[in-house]
Ligand binder design. Structure first.
Ligand code: PLP
Length: 408
């Protein structure tokens, strides 16, 4: 009989979004006349900007001529895109990242999962809690997370680093030995950030303790305040300790088009069991060449156009639109008496659930009384209990209407 990867059996069914959908459907069935405003799911709603559409059309047309047709491209991404990324996302911020340290892919979700291919399952992994569930589940899948405890709601071999109001959403350095930590900044789901001083503590700690930081900056473009790092490589020596994941999904509305990239600096080294030094850049390059055949030419031309003057202007208009929504939500909730976090450097608002209610009870109340759908914090991990996530990715009209309902 063939075998399966039994680690998959250790995964907890993620009922979060399916339970939300079920509850919403049931409510709709009983109250067909009520209009529901959805502020739960983290997907963009603004259409792709004209400059990107033009670049895609142009790339499509190139496919019809023998002289400009493209077949397989480089697995790591076309030079034209890798060079633009190095120039605009790094050099402009005085960070020296070379194009061959940049690997273009079809999404950060896959990249954060696939990186475990080269890291293996013998690392002690830390996640912040609450967390983007992909980090945890992919460690469960390779058998690195340990057994699930129903009692604690945690995996026994995983270190949970709480981020909550009590510590100002600043994760404390772990007291026990950890090999890898995932940091998502600006954070999903809390919408909070770390400043340079706070992030530097993690980089220094990582260097001292030979820890690898997996830094997910999917929401980097939403940062509005000064002194908040857009890239971990703004911190000195970070190239020796961190891999960075970036995505065009939330930056340019590519959640459906699919394009992202991962930076694996050449300075980043690991030690084998025999104490031999191995460069991670080389390993990731090998992994990508073997298991991936590159992102489509059309998509990469679309991503390239994001860096044009027109592209930058146009995507910034969309980001500003979402961030205005975030402001409306924050101010609306504060006026209605809620304590909120995030929403200043991220499209997520993390609100404190009123005393005496769980995050699911608050979900039900909001749906019943205001016909607003959000995401219960408990769905993102034990420390998410008592909180609730609203997203700023809706339309302006719905956002304003939702806040009117909250103020009544
Ligand atoms: N990382 C974080 C923190 C996210 O919230 C998301 C999407 O919601 C992703 C990665 C996924 O990005 P992509 O669309 O590039 O797969």
């Amino acid at each position: 009989m063939f075998k399966i990867n039994e680690n998959y059996l250790e995964l907890q069914d993620n009922y979060l979004f399916s339970t939300i959908a079920k509850k919403v459907d049931e409510y709709k069935r009983k109250n067909p006349e009520k209009e529901i405003i959805k502020m739960g799911i983290g997907d963009v709603t603004r259409p792709i900007v004209p400059c990107i559409i033009d670049a895609m059309h142009k790339a499509v047309d190139e496919m019809k001529n023998e002289s400009t047709f493209r077949g397989y491209g480089p697995e790591q991404g076309y030079d034209f895109l890798r060079e633009k990324i190095a120039q605009f996302d790094y050099k402009k911020r005085n960070i020296d990242i070379s194009p061959d340290e940049i690997f273009v892919s079809d999404g950060s979700k896959c990249d954060v999962a696939n990186i475990l291919d080269i890291l293996g399952n013998e690392n002690k992994v830390a996640i912040t809690d609450p967390v983007y569930p992909v980090y945890l589940d992919t460690n469960v899948m390779i058998g690195a997370a340990g057994k699930y405890s129903k009692e604690t709601g945690m995996y026994e071999n995983t270190v949970y680093v709480p981020i909550k109001a009590e510590n100002n959403f600043v994760p404390e350095l772990p007291k026990e030995k950890v090999d890898i930590i995932y940091l998502c900044l600006p954070n999903n789901p809390t919408g909070t950030v770390l400043n340079k001083v706070e992030l530097k503590k993690w980089v220094d700690y990582a260097k001292e303790n030979k820890l690898l930081i997996l830094f997910d900056s999917a929401y980097e473009r939403y940062i509005t305040e000064k002194d908040i790092p857009h890239s971990i490589y703004e911190i000195e020596d970070a190239k020796e300790v961190a891999i960075e994941f970036r995505s065009f999904s939330k930056t340019a509305g590519f959640t459906g088009i699919r394009c992202a990239y991962t930076v694996v600096p050449k300075e980043l080294k690991a030690l084998t069991k025999e104490n031999k030094e191995v460069g991670l850049n080389k390993l990731w390059n090998r992994r990508m060449s073997t298991k991936f055949n590159g992102v489509s030419y059309i998509t990469q031309r679309a991503a390239e156009s994001v860096y044009s003057e027109e592209g930058q202007k146009q995507i910034e208009e969309n980001i500003a639109y979402y961030m205005e929504n975030a402001k409306i939500i924050r101010e609306g909730l504060n006026k209605a008496g809620y304590v909120t976090y995030g929403g200043v450097n991220a499209p997520y608002i993390w609100l404190k659930v009123p005393e005496g209610l769980t995050s699911w009870e608050f979900f039900d109340k909001l749906l019943e009384e205001k016909q607003i759908v959000g995401t219960p914090g408990a769905g993102f991990g034990p420390s998410g209990e008592g909180y609730f996530r609203l997203t700023a990715f809706g339309t302006r009209e719905n956002t304003i209407n939702a806040m009117k309902r909250m103020s009544n």
